[in-house]
Design a protein around this ligand. Structure first.
Ligand SMILES: Nc1ncnc2c1ncn2[C@@H]1O[C@H](COP(=O)(O)OP(=O)(O)O)[C@@H](O)[C@H]1O
Ligand SMILES: [Mg+2]
Ligand SMILES: [Zn+2]
Length: 300
């Protein structure tokens, strides 16, 4: 059997050219997006999507242009959390036009209603293909932030995605319980081995905001994510309270950032979003420094 190395030329299909072209298309298309931030967690149910959405809205409130890519193909929950169940993605000039909600552009597998329940049969390469296509063939126009909600876990799919999307940095979302069970540490370890920069860690359901005594109750323990941050040398970027308003917001399609913008919960998202923005600037500046060092000939 012949391999690619044995082929003289490529038999006319120009497959190599096509792959190179796709890579270039991906890069040039994504050049217009300043920061690509992917959220991941060790397991599902830690509130990753809730955090991704409210952080996107908090960033948009600061005046930034924000896109949200729901890359959790197995459980696309962003459309429901935004009350966009009936929104459809239009195709114009061969490009997906991302529907907008509250000032952010959203792309989700959930908009393709019939495909939704078939997602479970898709395997890694197909899924990363779909997500790549969502990235490249979407008319994002220019964005300050593209927030990517990755599937949970440390399996092949989040791994492949994190590697195929040119990411500014990974944001790990944990809960105090998850910290205790060390799944989050596993997720961090996975990216340690790869060349994907870690942006920081956010602790969700960090404490209970008590409306009776106005104090924070640390029901699941205190300071777990901060310990992780110290141990692995990853910035701790914020703590989001456990609050029924956050949950109801997600379940009713009315995010807390929009319906209760002055609540302590919204404030927690705002503070975290600002820390993320600052961290993105630091990572981008470092990258530019590195690139300059590579292209500038040493002075002698
Ligand atoms: N800070 C929070 N306070 C209260 N409920 C939350 C909070 N974050 C998430 N939830 C709820 O937890 C459930 C799982 O959240 P979700 O964002 O879907 O998790 P994941 O994307 O990690 O699977 C949802 O019902 C959501 O409303
Ligand atoms: Mg989710
Ligand atoms: Zn209390």
């Amino acid at each position: 059997m012949k391999t690619y190395e044995d082929l003289e030329g490529d038999g006319g299909s120009n497959i190599i050219g096509q792959v190179v072209q796709l890579g270039e298309k991906l890069r040039s298309r994504l050049d217009k997006i300043k920061h690509k931030v992917a959220l991941m967690s060790g397991k599902g149910g830690v509130g990753k999507s809730t955090v991704a959405l409210n952080l996107s809205l908090a960033l948009a409130k600061t005046g930034a242009k924000v896109g949200l890519l729901d890359a959790d193909i197995y459980g696309p929950s962003i459309p429901l959390m935004l009350g966009m169940k009936d929104a459809a993605m239009q195709v114009e000039d061969n490009k997906l036009q991302p529907p907008e909600s509250n000032g952010i552009k959203v792309v989700s597998f959930g908009f393709f209603a019939e495909q939704e329940h078939q997602a479970a049969i898709y395997r890694g390469p197909i899924i990363s293909g779909i997500v790549k296509q969502f990235l490249v063939d979407t008319n994002w126009s220019d964005l300050d932030y593209l927030i990517v909600d990755l599937p949970p876990g440390t399996g092949d799919i989040p791994l492949t995605l994190a590697q195929t999307i040119p990411i500014t940095g990974i944001l790990v979302v944990t809960t105090p319980q998850e910290v205790a069970s060390s799944v989050a540490v596993k997720a961090i370890g996975m990216f340690d081995k790869l060349n994907v920069p870690m942006l920081g860690v956010v602790e969700n359901m960090s404490y209970f905001e008590c409306s009776k005594c106005n104090e924070k109750h640390y029901i699941f323990g205190n300071g777990g994510a901060e310990k992780i941050s110290e141990k692995h040398n990853i910035p701790f970027l914020g703590a989001i309270p456990l609050n029924s308003g956050i949950m109801e917001g997600s379940d009713l399609g009315k995010p807390v950032m929009i319906t209760q913008p002055d609540s302590p919960s919204a404030e927690a998202f705002t503070v975290t979003a600002k820390n993320i923005a600052a961290q993105c600037s630091i990572v981008a500046a470092k990258l530019q420094e590195e690139m300059q060092a590579e292209t500038t000939p040493p002075a002698n």
